[in-house]
Design a protein. Sequence first.
Lengths: 184, 184
Amino acid sequence: METRARCPAASVLPARPRHRTLRPPCTVESIFRNFTIRRAALIRALTTDEEALFNKCDPGMQLLCLRGNTDGSWEVKLPESCVPISQPEPTLSINISRDKMKRHEWLQEVAVQCDAWLINISFYFAPLLIASERERLFNMINSLKTVQETFLASNTYLRICHLEEEVTCFCSELYTNQVVYIQV
Amino acid sequence: METRARCPAASVLPARPRHRTLRPPCTVESIFRNFTIRRAALIRALTTDEEALFNKCDPGMQLLCLRGNTDGSWEVKLPESCVPISQPEPTLSINISRDKMKRHEWLQEVAVQCDAWLINISFYFAPLLIASERERLFNMINSLKTVQETFLASNTYLRICHLEEEVTCFCSELYTNQVVYIQV
């Protein structure tokens, strides 16, 4: 039977805190519940609210990050100002790269960062779980599509790709016509 | 049979890049290899090199983070200066809390952050993996003790706890004697 890791001669050592400061008790179920709420918020940001997300990620601003909250909302924000920080921050600087790539590529990049952050924050709250509990948590998380997979399967992705293709075709046609005009 | 997620009408869309810019091809095996090297480096920082780690984490400095590298070294450093960042950064500000808690507690806190970062960076490099590959990767990762578990089972943890206990006893004794002296 698996037991929680113990240090040698644990009986003579200061008791290991069961729950760490400023952190609620974290079970597999509560961590997974938080994961699903944050994930749904991030998927909404990248699909239904994609236009609003794009507008909030102004490259002229300071480094911003996209965060899914446990109340189901999402926000583009500056990193937490208080130190030590209470939990891992999402990847910064999503706004800086916004205009340096095609929109569908940028959104996919953000989606990848969302997935990594969701895993990060879930396991940050799991230091008291034993190996079998961690495995159960991961299997629950992995039973859902990733944010990236959901985004790539969305109508938003399809729509943006088609728009970008149309723009490319239009520009290409314009260029061709200009060449013909100059030749005439 | 499981297949990679595809977006609707994928044939008419721009090809999804198989490997993203500035990132090497990432298989389960290569990600796990990197994980083990970084993990070993972080464990060494928290155990054998604990004194050096403590000294490098000067609370008077800017926000610092502990990083395990794929060449087996570890370093306490400022966050990456280039944006967009090439990969997730470890949690910042480990130095700020160094003198605000007992040393064994601070090291345990850092160990928890190391575990979360190791998971974070591993899955950041895994956007091309399908669900069964992610599961295999996680099982390989989870077959090893976490950094926190390894630290709590180490002689370093035992030694620090004993030292802190001795200091507490000494201070308590000193205080008791002072009280006796004042009373006399």
